[in-house]
Design a protein around this ligand. Structure first.
Ligand code: ARG
Length: 466
């Protein structure tokens, strides 16, 4: 059977060791539907070029339909001797259409332009699925943000209490990267929207086939403009792999946050039982496994991208068999994300925040020190001094094991004495609340409630056209 594809100049078929190495049906069979669709379009191109009679084209299309049925119901599948999905499907077509007619379909195409086209078709379809799943996750975060309302929480930099923020603002900070990932997929789709069919092995085809018509039938709006580039480039596959890896990283960062918030020490959030796991030995355990798996799988998504880039580096620019290695990388990414995202979104949609605890923690750790400094600035103190004075307040409070609002009027009068009159100094208390602190940050993009409401509206309208 090996001789079916390249018998002429060979005296023997491939050695068993070669066949085993060369074989790819175990992973590329998932391209079978796209391959059959390509074959249908190609058959019509052959018909239009006068290389198949009307009757032959009819019988070819019927045979391809029958082949598709057999693939669907599993009665046709690759066997040991089939090298790749294209080899297997060719065997299937010959079985159905006979050698004479079936043998005509290969004219004017190569597995090189075929496979380059199929991976684009397959990825485009799955990129839409993944984009939809990413939008569902973004939506779950938006719903949580709306539910969070005016709840404040400790905002952190370096993981240290920094300034209070709205819980909604923190959650929305995870929405924007996800929307950019979706936007990246949308942009990518415009670049990948070109069919390599017609590029042949590398140089184009001599048979007067119309690649535009094939492209349109396969859902592409145009044809690649250089047949070598069409068959040899995989930058678009790598670009998809980057977006998949980036989405994994974005989800991993949210995971890390959820895992920390879910610890006993933080106790900011509780995960739903349906989205948590227990321990086989410790009866009390309730573990955030979904977030941990997401964090872990981001490593493998990155690995798929770097493996692919390493494969492409140094390849001469026309088809080489190395290019077969592009597929498992992105198949793995797609399989990983398509299973991960629904579980992750379920966890996010059902998690419950402890608003009382978030509110209580928000102003602690001297998180209002910046507000003191900025109050001093509004009262005419140069920021450099204001920073020092507020720092002095922190020092006193820390020394006494207190918070800033525990300082007495006399403390403030004393610390501010070189800059403010004694009747003015204690008025600083007005800024010593996390809600005041949050609503004061009302510039565009700030954490003030009205700004966050505005932000949620912007996110929703960004989602609509996607
Ligand atoms: N299975 C190959 C791939 O996935 C396509 C076949 C091209 N083979 C060849 N010897 N030109 O890239």
């Amino acid at each position: 059977e090996h001789l079916a594809l390249w018998g002429g100049r060979f005296t023997s078929g491939p050695s068993p060791e070669l066949a085993r190495l060369s074989k790819s049906t175990q992973f590329d069979w998932r391209l079978a539907d796209d391959d059959i669709a390509g074959s249908r379009a190609h058959a019509r191109a052959l018909g239009r070029a006068g290389l198949l009679t009307e009757d032959e084209l009819d019988r070819m299309e019927e045979s391809l339909d029958e082949l598709q049925r057999r693939v669907d119901d599993g009665s046709f599948a690759p066997v040991e001797d089939d090298e790749d999905e294209a080899t297997a499907l060719e065997r299937g077509l010959l079985e159905i259409a006979g050698d004479e007619l079936g043998g005509k379909l290969r004219a004017g195409r190569s597995r090189n332009d075929q496979i380059a086209c199929l991976i684009r078709m397959w990825l485009r379809r799955h990129s839409r699925v993944i984009a939809g799943q990413l939008l569902s996750l973004a939506n779950a975060l938006i719903v949580q943000s709306e539910r969070a309302g005016r709840t404040v929480m400790p905002g952190r930099t370096h993981m240290q209490h920094a300034q209070p923020v709205l819980l909604a603002h923190q959650l929305m900070a995870h929405v924007w990267p996800l929307l950019r990932d979706v936007q990246r997929l949308v942009d990518w789709d415009k670049r990948v929207d070109a069919s390599p069919y017609g590029s042949g092995a590398l140089a184009g085809n001599t048979l007067g086939l119309d690649p535009e018509a094939v492209a349109h039938e396969l859902g592409f709006s145009r044809v690649t403009t250089n047949s070598i580039d069409g068959t040899a480039s995989r930058d678009l596959v790598a670009e998809f792999a980057f977006v998949a890896a980036m989405a994994g990283v974005d989800i991993s960062r949210l995971s890390e946050e959820i895992i920390i918030w879910n610890t006993q020490e933080f106790a900011f959030v509780k995960l739903d039982d349906g989205y948590s796991t227990g321990s086989s030995i410790m009866p009390q355990k309730k573990n955030p496994d979904i977030a941990e798996l997401a964090r872990g799988k981001s490593g493998r998504l990155i690995g798929d991208l770097t493996g692919l880039l390493a494969t492409l580096k140094g390849l001469p620019t026309a088809y080489a068999r190395d290019l077969q290695e592009d597929k498992e990388a992105v198949f793995d990414q797609v399989d990983t994300l398509e299973v991960l995202l629904p579980a992750f979104t379920g966890m996010v949609a059902t998690m419950r925040f402890d608003s009382e605890r978030l509110e209580a923690e928000a102003p602690t750790g001297f998180a209002l020190a910046t507000d003191i400094a900025e109050w001093l600035v509004r009262n005419g103190v140069p920021f450099r001094h204001a920073h020092e004075l507020s720092g002095a307040c922190v020092k006193i409070a820390e020394g006494r094991g207190q918070e800033l609002w525990d300082l007495t009027d006399a403390d403030f009068v004393d610390v501010f004495k070189d800059f403010l009159p004694a009747d003015k100094a204690p008025k600083v208390r007005a800024v010593l609340s996390s809600h005041g602190s949050v609503s004061a940050r009302n510039g565009k993009g700030g954490t003030a409630y009205d700004r966050v409401v505005e932000q949620i509206g912007e996110a929703k309208s960004a989602i609509m056209p996607l």
